[in-house]
Design a protein around this ligand. Structure first.
Ligand code: ARG
Length: 563
């Protein structure tokens, strides 16, 4: 409709093309001011006439139009009122399709998303929960637009810490304890290592020696390391299962050890390497950045080396159009350095194909979630607590619904996900259980409840024969139109979310659909005597329900049919 109005106006204004008019067209703040408004201020100079006179002139020239119910001149503005019935028909036809919102922007394009990436032998903490949730949502958003997405879990599974762990295990660990307590035990002996190493520095030498063994391919060292990794993965996968999340690749840091040589060779070929305090670095002074260390003096790789190797490997393997990294803001410099070095190696695409997607911290209402001294809150604890709390609410409010456990799971997890994704990702996330679980607040449970409400109305509508032919004029009241406008903008919301790599746009969108739906349902009874009315309203209800489910799906949130 906007396009049509722009075309109409442009045909009357020589100086503006359609695009320019489209840019100028505004959506008025109030419904009584029309659906679109065109401000004539900019034309005053061109026409040498007062803007309100220009508006009146244009209105006269445009005259009656089939798709417009009215054109009104209000001061310098030309207000357009779209024919409502026609608008309803267009939106219903547009939205009433399989996979509504599916786009073609990404057809033939490949994206790699590097996310979650926990550090082996350490528990999955809430920070890793954020990258996991955001990364998963970006994967769904890009997929919806037709991109091919490779989901990469760049496990932190290499580094000197594993030398320490091996020493600790040999001195104070036992197979039984590790098998029984998993990561928790690995963390215990790791802490013990640090306590002991404060008193006896030779332990650090031993740890270094073990890590060197790992790098040289020593079987005993690698067997223990692999075992620690397997144990960790079992636990991570439990968390992923709770969240309904999967990966295409678990190629972590260890995967790139033997690929680091290429990085060093290419750096040498470009004369980038410089020795500094025994390490090899790439100076980035010209770009106002600290140097990027690419190799330790003993020739072993570090975090950055393995990331450099990973970029090159991924480019060769997946031919990505974009490679996206979802991590906390504290890694901003690291990625800026890595991307810059890749650029200095002559890869032009480093400029616009490598993207760091940072996010803010997590805190608990009334206190920090993790302190330097420990007291870290782990992802699984948060998820379990959320599910348990929702179970209690269900027991209290609606103990007779079927599949109670499954519902509690979907709502408990959904609440965490929604809370994480509702604000711009760069903002900090606060855990405040009362807020997160408030069924009347701006929460996951509120949106899920709205969906369940729509589902329940449809279940009750058994005596209404839903027919294909719809009387669109039934849906021209204000709250139906508001809901239709929301449904109408779903494809735009998805594109914007992808462009900004910002799932909050979808979360906010789902919230406004839910709010518009509740208003619509408050104002309009859906099951009434008149079948024509019921039929039209139930159609709109169905579209709203589908859009709610689909948009929550893009956030990784499932919708129970009853709650
Ligand atoms: N393991 C790292 C951490 O926990 C995150 C890895 C992010 N991905 C990457 N390619 N560096 O902080």
């Amino acid at each position: 409709m906007k396009k049509k109005i722009a075309e109409l106006l442009a045909s009357k204004i020589d100086h503006f093309d359609v695009e320019k008019v489209e840019q100028l067209l505004e959506i008025p703040p109030k419904a009584e001011m029309g659906d679109f408004a065109f401000p004539c201020f900019q034309l005053a100079k061109v026409f040498r006439k007062a803007p309100n006179l220009i508006a009146a002139d244009l209105a006269e020239q445009i005259g009656q139009q089939e798709f417009l119910s009215k054109i009104e001149v209000k001061g310098a503005y030309l207000n357009f009122f779209v024919d409502k019935t026609l608008f309803v028909k267009q939106v219903v036809e547009k939205a009433d399709v399989e996979n509504y919102g599916k786009g073609t922007l990404g057809e033939g394009k490949q994206i790699c998303i590097d996310y979650s990436s926990p550090n082996v032998a350490k528990k999955f903490h809430v920070g890793h929960l954020r990258t996991t949730i955001i990364g998963n949502s970006l994967y769904k958003i890009f997929t919806k637009l037709g991109y091919k997405v490779e989901r990469i879990n760049h496990l932190g599974d290499w580094g000197t810490q594993f030398g320490k762990l091996i020493v600790a295990y040999k001195k104070w660990g036992s197979k039984e304890a590790v098998e029984k307590n998993g990561i928790a035990e690995l963390m215990n002996i790791y802490v013990k290592f640090h306590e002991e190493a404060e008193k006896d520095d030779s332990l650090n030498d031993e740890a270094r020696a073990w890590f060197t063994k790992m790098e040289q391919g020593d079987k005993e060292a690698l067997d223990i390391w692999q075992w620690f990794k397997d144990i960790s993965l079992v636990e991570y996968k439990k968390t992923y299962e709770m969240l309904g999340i999967e990966f295409d690749s678990y190629a972590g840091e260890s995967f790139y050890c033997d690929k680091s040589k290429r990085v060093i060779d290419e750096c040498n070929a470009h004369h980038l390497l410089e020795e500094s305090e025994g390490a090899y670095i790439v100076r980035l002074d010209d770009y106002n950045m600290a140097p990027c260390i690419v190799m330790k003096k003993d020739g072993s790789s570090i975090y950055a080396t393995r990331d450099l190797a990973a970029v090159l490997y991924r480019k060769d393997t997946y031919h990505f159009d974009k490679c996206i990294y979802v991590t906390g803001l504290e890694q901003k410099l690291h990625f800026a350095q890595v991307f810059k070095v890749i650029g200095l190696l002559g890869y032009e695409w480093a400029k616009d194909q490598l993207v760091h997607v940072p996010y803010g911290l997590v805190s608990l209402k009334g206190g920090k979630l993790s302190t330097r001294k420990g007291n870290i809150i782990y992802a699984e604890d948060i998820l379990n607590e959320s599910v348990n709390r929702i179970s209690e609410i269900i027991e209290e409010k609606n103990p007779n619904i079927p599949d109670k456990e499954e519902v509690a799971h979907k709502v408990g997890i959904g609440a965490i996900l929604f809370n994480d994704l509702y604000n711009q990702r760069i903002k900090d996330v606060v855990f405040d259980w009362d807020k997160i679980h408030n069924f009347d607040g701006e929460t996951g449970p509120y949106v899920q409840y709205t969906y369940a409400r729509a589902a329940s109305i449809l279940r009750k509508a058994t005596n209404i024969s839903m027919s294909e032919s719809i009387d669109y004029s039934v849906l021209t009241d204000d709250s139906s139109i508001t809901l239709l406008k929301e449904i109408n903008r779903y494809p735009e919301a998805i594109e914007l979310a992808a462009e900004r790599m910002e799932p909050s746009i979808i979360a906010r969108y789902a919230m406004s659909v839910a709010q518009a739906f509740n208003k619509f349902y408050h104002d309009n009874q859906c099951i009434v005597e008149d079948q024509t009315i019921s039929n039209a309203r139930l159609k709109l209800l169905t579209l709203a329900k589908n859009t709610l489910k689909d948009s929550l799906g893009l956030l990784g949130i499932q919708c129970p049919e009853q709650m």
